[in-house]
Write a protein that binds this ligand. Structure first.
Ligand code: 13P
Length: 340
């Protein structure tokens, strides 16, 4: 493992207040998002949509890395240029989702474990050859009556650590994503307590598997109540709860924390990230950044709606969301930006 190379990759992702664009929806998830808008679910529409994203003018102003999916890393623009080359020419480091999805965890009704360790070393070597320099693995933790169980947390933490160690061995920066999802009816306090428990387990396993914290990125949920909760917290309450939870559970050697958006409205995700950086940025050991999928893509996807004629307008919307999140990294986002 070459730690210097891993550090340089991390730097390329987050320099100048940039962040990550997750465009690694599996075929099933991408089709689901298309179906909601009546967009045909074909290889070609998925390719055309991903071409729209990677060719967005000046996307590299705000995006340091883009996470691809196995189908997408093998695809090209209509002129034959690979998406990987398009990204690299835009100054964006290509990354790749390498887990094979969350499956039912035996003996644990309602809980999942993420799979994909078998053959992972070979797949990482292939993706590295194709140009990927970082990877992502998402574990799903659900809050409900008597869950998450310790068995679920431990199984997912172990898999995340095995994945991360393999990535570092093969020269890719692991993005470690334990997501406490927003489904259910839990409070902010419960999310905080579960998130802390999960992060402590994940960092314990990362230590056991000899993962070098300086050469990884954490991709967690923000600390939030369930989406359906009737009382939603203020921006400052989310910022305080989230940062305090991480101060208790994320070692200072981790260079960057890049949040997932988890289904929050795009503007709200920007405003919450902004509140954290406004209040705490100068006092934190890690960068607080973004690795959003829906909170960057959704407005653009709705504008595009499968029509070539809408590509330029959709690209403007994508560029705008990326720019808002770059501003939020720096604590200078405001709702006025949404009117521009
Ligand atoms: P969302 O930002 O839409 O939650 O997606 C992030 C992600 O990459 C999930 O794995």
């Amino acid at each position: 493992m070459n730690l210097q190379t891993l550090r340089e990759t991390v730097n390329s992702l987050f320099t100048d207040n940039k962040g990550l664009l997750a465009m690694d929806e599996s075929t099933g998830t991408c089709n689901k998002r298309f179906a909601q808008l009546g967009i045909p679910q074909t290889v070609e529409t998925r390719r055309a949509y991903r071409e729209l994203i990677v060719t967005t003018p000046r996307l590299g102003d705000s995006i340091g890395g883009a996470i691809l999916y196995d189908e997408t890393i093998r695809q090209q623009k209509s002129d034959g240029t690979t998406f990987v080359n398009v990204l690299m020419e835009a100054g964006i480091t290509p990354g790749i989702k390498v887990d094979t999805g969350a499956k039912d965890l035996a003996g644990h009704p309602g809980e999942n474990v993420t799979e994909g360790l078998d053959g992972l070393r070979d797949r990482l070597q292939e993706y590295f050859q194709m140009g990927a320099r970082f990877a992502k693995w998402r574990a799903v933790i659900t809050i409900g009556p008597s869950i998450p169980s310790w068995g679920c947390i431990e199984a997912n933490a172990h898999a995340l650590a095995r994945y991360a160690a393999l990535c570092q061995e093969e020269g890719l920066v692991p993005v470690v994503e334990p997501e406490v999802v927003m489904d259910g009816d839990h409070t902010l306090e419960t999310c905080c307590e579960v998130t802390e428990r999960v992060l402590r387990a994940v960092f314990s396993e990362l230590f056991t598997q000899r993962v070098v914290l300086e050469g990884m990125v954490l991709k967690p949920n923000m600390v939030l109540p369930a989406m359906s909760a009737s009382i939603q917290p203020t921006l400052d309450e989310v910022a305080d709860a989230t940062v305090n939870c991480f101060l208790r559970s994320v070692p200072a050697a981790v260079p960057a924390i890049a949040f997932l958006s988890g289904g929050q409205r795009a503007e709200l995700a920007s405003a919450r990230l902004n509140a954290m950086n406004t209040r705490f940025k100068s006092r934190l050991p890690w960068e607080l950044a973004f690795s959003f999928a829906r909170a960057i893509q959704q407005p653009a996807l709705e504008i595009w709606n499968g029509c070539q004629a809408n590509v330029a307008a959709a690209q403007r919307a994508l560029y705008h969301r990326a720019l808002c999140n770059k501003a939020a990294r720096n604590g200078i986002y405001s709702s006025d930006m949404e009117k521009q």
